[in-house]
Design a protein around this ligand. Structure first.
Ligand code: GLY
Length: 373
């Protein structure tokens, strides 16, 4: 079978669209297969925080990946705008991890310590300094870890811009076309089957988010990906009352450029039902008003849910699937799919085209749980 594509990407979330864009930009013939519409899964639901430092738990290879990808986002917005005319609405105003209790302040001080030791920009603000930076925040905040280099983006717009930029680089973006099976030739994956065609390919990349486990099973491989539901609310404001991402133990607030404040997010494993619940909405609404009392007087603009693709250690699965050859995995990004999309797209498209990725992906190998089953 002669390849009709160099790379077939299975899944059109932010990671799949980024792989497709980066591979197409490298000159590859790319087909992206999306079962529904691009961004219809977790990335379309995400609040879009690019909170590399706020999400990190310590100085390790995962932090390096988060930081490198955050750096790539800083260039990606302009690049996508130039290719597509779509503005993904990046905001680079940092994250405030605020403390409402003494115990949380101690945890945040520990994060401050290791972040500064690692040479990262991080500062402690006392309550008065927090309100100087963000006057609308609650008087109950005793202090905050301020991470000025974090940012945020409009995630659904970013996905659309990546898909469009892939298409502008001659990728075929096919919505409503799920992959139904892999084509094997001896010990190699030679392409993908769908209900209406066979696509021969040099490499196949599985980027199915929470659907990756099921998808992989259909394709004859096993991936440890499980859903962790996140509920999100949106509140309308005319002028956002805060500028940075604000995050306490109960919720985070992400002020969008169009005036909405996005409130996230629950963490609920064990369900595939992504509909918001009354308890989820009530919990987030109460926590959000506690942080930013002003929100109590603003119109509620909606609630939705998404299913994060969780893995046993909370880190993504990126790299070759092992045996058979020709199959790559880029999924399981859990809380950080939007943030990690650029680096994953760049590294995986390099692998798919037989090049050396710019980062060491070995800590994120999809094979690392083998033998633990
Ligand atoms: N990235 C934030 C979340 O998953 O809730």
């Amino acid at each position: 079978m002669n390849p009709s594509a160099d790379v077939v990407v299975v899944g059109g979330g932010v990671v799949g669209c980024s792989v497709a864009y980066h591979a197409a930009r490298r000159g590859a013939r790319v087909v992206l297969l999306e079962a529904e519409t691009v961004g219809s899964g977790a990335s379309g639901a995400a609040a879009g925080m690019l909170a590399a430092q706020a999400e990190a738990r310590g100085p390790d290879s995962f932090l390096d990946l988060l930081l490198e990808s955050r750096k790539m986002h800083r260039k990606l917005g302009a690049e996508l705008y130039e290719v597509t005319g779509l503005d993904a609405e990046y905001v680079w105003e940092g994250t405030l991890r605020v403390a409402l209790s003494e115990a949380h302040a101690e945890d945040l001080s520990e994060a401050l310590r290791w972040q500064r030791e690692a040479g990262l920009s991080a500062r402690w603000l006392d309550g008065a300094e927090v309100r100087e930076l963000e006057p609308a925040l609650s008087a109950g905040i005793s202090g905050a870890l301020y991470l000025p280099e974090d940012g945020q983006v409009n995630s659904p717009r970013l996905v659309r811009a990546l898909a469009l930029a892939a298409a502008r680089n001659r990728a075929e973006v096919s919505e409503g076309e799920p992959a139904s099976g892999l084509i094997r030739q001896r010990n190699r994956i030679a392409g993908v089957r769908t209900a209406r065609r066979k696509i021969a390919a040099g490499s196949v990349v599985v980027c199915g988010g929470v659907a990756s486990g099921t998808l992989a099973r259909h394709l004859g491989i096993r991936l440890p990906v499980a859903p962790v539901k996140g509920q999100i609310l949106s509140v309308e404001t005319t002028t956002p009352p805060i500028t940075s991402n604000v995050w306490d133990e109960e919720c985070y607030l992400v002020p969008k450029r169009d005036g909405r404040v996005i409130v996230g997010a629950t963490e609920e494993p064990g369900t595939h039902d992504r509909r918001p619940t009354l308890g989820g909405v009530a919990g987030l609404a109460g926590a959000a008003i506690g942080l930013l009392p002003h929100l109590a007087r603003r119109p509620f603009a909606g609630a939705w849910g998404g299913l994060r693709p969780g893995t046993p250690d909370g880190r993504p699965l990126i790299g070759p699937a092992g045996d058979p050859e020709g199959l790559l995995i880029a999924t399981g990004h859990y809380r950080n799919g939007v943030l990690l999309a650029p680096i994953t797209g760049d590294a995986v498209s390099a692998l798919a085209l037989g090049e050396q990725p710019a980062v060491d992906l070995s800590p994120f190998s999809p094979l690392r749980f083998e033998g633990q089953r």
